[in-house]
Design a protein around this ligand. Structure first.
Ligand SMILES: [Zn+2]
Length: 261
């Protein structure tokens, strides 16, 4: 294998790891922020339900007080009936009493309706309490985990950067600039060819190129994938059992070529 390629393979593992760490360092605070937003949302929902419950309670207190007022009024009117001197007065007072009793009936009905609504709100409150509790504990747990991971990632990233900085000057200038150019566009610049395929883009490597790739030891030129343009390398240890198949395929391909020509 080209000596620069060996170093580029190592450089790529450092670069991939550095990217993973940087991505994680960006993602973790975002995750924590989204959990904070979630907690605020469920707290808001709970506050809304608590407000509804408080309003129903206030409504019932007013209704109960109104009922007491009407009952007092009925008592007073009954006394007036006892003291009334004409039939017309008695009729008028009795009419007043009946009206007040009707009002009490309406208030009691609406109090029952309010209590039914409150029961529904209490169920919503239990669900909201649970949601707040879950969101609070999730946030606390993820905050700790994120802080620990960020601290560890920063150390790992610094270590990877040291390794990168030490390795890059050992690589030929041309090879390094090719690597940087491909990596910038595609994320990775070096790809292992496995089973006659580029492992990055999954496209087949033509038999002749595949054989070239496998057979050379210390070539001056590095081979690229015809499909994605990444620098290709071949690891004999991984691909050894495939050799026979490929040989058969390439013989078949050369027979087909000779038949066509
Ligand atoms: Zn490719």
């Amino acid at each position: 294998m080209h000596p620069d390629l060996e170093k580029l393979i190592v450089l790529q593992t450092h670069d991939v790891e550095a990217k993973r760490l940087r991505d994680e360092l960006i993602a973790l605070p975002k995750l924590v922020a989204s959990l904070e937003t979630k907690l605020k949302a469920v707290e808001g929902q709970r506050a809304f339900v608590l407000d509804l419950i408080a309003k129903e309670e206030a409504l019932r207190r007013r209704q109960e007080s109104d009922v007491k007022d009407l009952q007092a009024k009925i008592e007073k009117t009954r006394k007036k009936v006892e003291q009334a001197t004409t039939t017309a007065m008695v009729t008028a007072f009795e009419h007043e009493i009946a009206f007040a009793q009707g009002e009490i009936g309406k208030l009691e009905d609406s109090e029952l309706e309010s209590m039914e609504r409150s029961e529904g709100f209490e169920l919503q409150k239990s669900a909201a309490d649970e949601a707040v509790e879950t969101a609070t504990s999730t946030l606390a747990r993820e905050r700790v985990r994120a802080a620990e991971t960020v601290a560890a990632d920063k150390i790992l990233l610094a270590e990877v950067e040291v390794k990168r900085a030490a390795l890059r000057p050992l690589i030929g200038e041309a090879a390094l600039s090719t690597y940087d150019r491909i990596a910038k566009g595609k994320g990775t610049a070096v790809s292992e060819a496995v089973n006659q395929k580029c492992s990055a883009c999954q496209m087949m490597v033509r038999p002749q190129r595949w054989n070239d790739l496998r057979d050379r030891d210390n070539d001056a030129e590095m081979m690229t994938c015809e499909s994605c343009g990444r620098l290709l390398y071949y690891d004999p240890a991984r691909d050894a059992p495939q050799r026979k198949t490929v040989a058969v395929e390439s013989i078949a391909a050369s027979i087909i070529r000779s038949l066509r020509s």
